[in-house]
Design a protein around this ligand. Structure first.
Ligand SMILES: Cc1cc2nc3c(=O)[nH]c(=O)nc-3n(C[C@H](O)[C@H](O)[C@H](O)COP(=O)(O)OP(=O)(O)OC[C@H]3O[C@@H](n4cnc5c(N)ncnc54)[C@H](O)[C@@H]3O)c2cc1C
Length: 489
């Protein structure tokens, strides 16, 4: 469907529901003349509100879309020259119509409930994505198959204890954390209430320490736990996945035909000229009833006023924006502290799908800084060529990633003709990729302070939900914010 068609379909769908845009602007204008102390408009059951959304990533776009559908007057200010943020499909430099999802690359089922609704609503095609089939894993410098990692001798050599060896004999490798986590997960009865499980002391214990107390082997601790992270945070996330019936490492995943950017393009097309590119927000002023945003446009400082601001940029970007009056201490701490990683996406184009000739799975975990894991894409593109896509630390070059690949790949890889990389750390607006687990003690301070609205300022984004990663957290938080703003009188 072309953008134009999308827009007119949208208008039809909204007929009878929205307040016309002309009227919406009039209502907004009526209070704006009084600056930051608007006169409340009484006696109207539902009226259009003027809302600025900062950031056109999937969170900002879906929030703006939901607000637009409810008849509100929305403007999205995006710092960069494109929409999508960390949802970004790259075609440049690739032959035969091949493409790579440089950021968000898969979604699951179950899980991603809100996201799947949009897949249907926008008539997008979800493709099964065999990126986790027949996984190979490099552990302690050697490559193992899924079968190897269920074999007692192999597991013993790797240092797993008897209990773990027995468990893995009948479970997939990625299920190992369940051996320790499962007895505690049903204590979390409400997925938004981590502190009702009677396990609050575990926010002050690292996952490594807690696993040690459970007599986990050093090998299990190495593969289950991130270093120095809150045990409660990790267990809470596992409990949320269990509530949503999502495996810890879903083996079956999906992507959108033509690239996951199809989703953010669909939102942007429907929002039309409500989205304004190359307008970075530089300062936020707010009162209990209104906001004034400073932003840059073609080198000039401008301001815009509204009843609400939805912050759709990452906490790393948000913490750099001056706010008057300043955030309360709990919010300031939460935003300043939430940890993020940055990463790069190396990808290799090859003259053939050489791994098929070699009979070797291309879905490999290396756990090296220059190549964390790799998998194939491009099955839906009509070409003889192959495409391998990977994740690595920031500042990894294509050559460095390829060197690591060749060090471990047991077959022939001469057919690789191109090694490219998309490095998120070099993009000033989206260098912070996703949040990490919190440090001990921080869940108590960050939840729910990080996600709670402050006056007329709301927070949508992958970081702003209970399971704080990925496109589903972004759309869930966006919907929560849109519903809240819509319901306020
Ligand atoms: C390598 C990688 C792999 C990933 N894999 C997956 C995956 O498989 N599945 C999954 O679901 N998720 C995945 N993710 C995560 C997913 O991409 C993100 O969680 C999600 O896209 C975040 O969306 P967002 O809208 O919250 O934030 P963002 O995408 O960060 O969007 C924020 C927007 O705000 C803009 N902005 C920043 N500062 C300002 C400012 N001052 N003024 C105005 N605008 C501003 C930015 O330019 C950006 O467009 C991955 C991410 C990366 C990087």
């Amino acid at each position: 469907m072309s953008n134009k068609n999308c827009e007119s379909a949208e208008k039809k769908r909204d007929t009878g529901r929205s307040i016309p845009r002309r009227e919406a602007l009039k209502i907004a204008g009526a209070f704006l003349v009084t600056g930051l102390t608007p006169t409340p408009i009484r006696g109207q059951a539902k009226r259009a509100k003027k809302i600025i959304v900062g950031g056109a990533g999937i969170a900002g776009l879906s929030c703006a879309y939901e607000l637009m559908k409810r008849g509100h007057d929305v403007t999205v200010l995006e710092a960069s020259a494109r929409t999508g943020g960390h949802v970004h499909t790259v075609r440049e430099g690739l032959a035969d119509g091949l493409y790579v999802d440089a950021g968000a690359e898969h979604f699951t089922q179950p899980g991603y409930d809100r996201y799947w609704q949009y897949v249907q609503e926008f008539n997008l095609t979800a493709l099964p994505y065999p990126r986790r089939n027949r996984m190979l894993r490099v552990l302690q410098g050697k490559m193992y198959s899924e079968d190897d990692l269920q074999t007692a001798n192999v597991l013993k050599v790797l240092g797993f204890n008897q209990r773990e060896v027995q468990f893995l004999a009948s479970h997939a490798w990625w299920e190992l954390p369940s051996l320790y986590f499962d007895p505690l997960l049903d204590k979390f009865t409400d997925e938004y209430k981590p502190f009702d499980a009677g396990l609050n002391h575990l926010d002050h214990v690292t996952m490594d320490q807690w696993l040690k107390e459970q007599d986990a082997s050093a090998a299990a601790i190495r593969y289950i736990s991130g270093t120095g992270v809150s045990a409660l945070h990790v267990l809470w996330h596992a409990a949320i996945l269990k509530v949503r019936k999502v495996p810890l490492f879903p083996p079956k995943v999906f992507r959108l035909r033509g690239g996951n950017q199809g989703m953010t393009d669909a939102f942007a097309a429907r929002l039309g000229d409500r989205v304004r590119l190359e307008r970075p927000i530089t300062k936020i002023e707010h009162s209990p009833t209104a906001v004034r945003i400073h932003y840059r446009e073609s080198g000039e400082e401008k301001t815009m006023e509204a009843e609400y601001l939805v912050c759709g940029m990452s906490a790393v970007m948000l913490r750099q924006i001056p706010v008057t009056p300043a955030w309360p201490e709990s919010k300031r701490y939460a935003m300043a502290t939430v940890p993020y990683y940055t990463a790069s996406r190396p990808f290799f184009q090859s003259r053939s799908r050489f791994w098929e000739k070699d009979g070797i799975s291309p879905n490999i975990e290396f756990n090296e800084r220059s190549l964390s894991h790799i998998w194939r894409m491009g099955d839906d593109v009509e070409t003889q060529r192959g495409l391998l896509v990977s994740t690595a630390d920031a500042l990894t070059t294509g050559e460095a990633a390829l060197k690591t690949f060749r060090r471990y790949y047991p077959g022939k890889s001469e057919d690789i003709e191109l090694a490219l990389v998309h490095d998120w750390s070099k993009d000033p607006w989206v260098m912070a990729c996703e949040t990490l687990n919190y440090r001990p003690g921080d869940l108590t301070r960050l939840w729910p302070a990080l996600v709670e609205p402050h006056g007329r300022i709301h927070f949508a984004g992958a970081y702003a939900d209970n399971l704080n990663w990925g496109m589903e957290a972004a759309t869930r938080s966006a919907n929560r914010v849109a519903e809240r703003i819509d319901s306020e009188s």
